[in-house]
Design a binder for this molecule. Sequence first.
Ligand SMILES: Cc1cc2nc3c(=O)[nH]c(=O)nc-3n(C[C@H](O)[C@H](O)[C@H](O)COP(=O)(O)O)c2cc1C
Length: 324
Amino acid sequence: MITEFLYAPMEGITLSRFRQIHHEMFPGVKEYYTPFIAPDSNGGFKSKYLRELTEDVEQVRVIPQLLVNNADAFCLTAERLCALGFREINLNVGCPSGTVFSKHKGAGMLTDLTALNALLERICSHAERAGYQISVKTRMGVRSTEEFPAILKIYEKYPIKKLIVHARCRDDFYQGRADLKGFAEAASGCGLPLVYNGDIAAAGDLEALNAAAPQIASVMIGRAAVANPALFRVLKGGEQLKRGELREFHDRLTEAWMEGGLSPNFTVERMKTLWSYMQAMFPDNPREVKTILKSRSMESYRSAVSVLLSTGLFQPEAVNAPTH
Ligand SMILES: Cc1cc2nc3c(=O)[nH]c(=O)nc-3n(C[C@H](O)[C@H](O)[C@H](O)COP(=O)(O)O)c2cc1C
């Protein structure tokens, strides 16, 4: 039975202002994961990351995620994050992007399991000494999800707080269907606390997960939660998103990003990324959505959003069609 919901890291989206406003308006997410932080080899990271990490209000439980393949860089960064008060750090073993993969980071770490093992050994013993915990977000393989049992054997050697499994291989990127069956088979004998991730959008998906892997209590959701900000509430049996809530969420986020120093034009670009997911709630208004996605100034953006939000056929349940 699923009792815990985690918000997936989404680069350019699940930033601190987003996390705060989402948490205030739609409480019920246990943890928000930051988009990956890529430190340099000395554990240094850009001040924009630092600002992001210190902005969250205390009630929002945030887990910073690191994209790094070097144990020293991980440990040095972890020490800086511990000094900021964080006690769990997430390792990204899932990013499929070509530039990341070719540097043996993200899902690229799955190409060399000996190196992954060595890295885990170093960082887990550092975590024990320094007093923090490590969680991992992983893909199930590079070429195929059938690689997962061998990968799992490595993770199982370490005291990982939770292993979040995006049930795809790297070569899938975000295409095709997540391999729930393969995940469930591997999960059945696994001694680590597992979190399922991939294509959860509806109560029916949770039922399919529960039927396949009844011992799993925790899910992480990304794209469908961006498409419908009330998704977690809906999945817990609560009310569907209302048009007024969408308007408030949208307006608060737009203002917050500008207040945080983002220029109006960059804010428009960021909000358009959100609309590339939220448009799923307006399946009968492709023309109005296109006007939003093509707008270049804050003025034209606001007027396009106002048209869609006041005249569009609002169908939030369209996001919640089962995918499994
Ligand atoms: C635009 C975008 C940005 C993402 N950024 C990250 C990231 O920074 N770190 C990470 O581990 N995963 C990232 N992911 C992957 C998601 O966290 C999640 O694993 C994936 O979308 C599958 O879950 P879903 O089907 O619920 O969306 C990203 C995915 C997308 C589409």
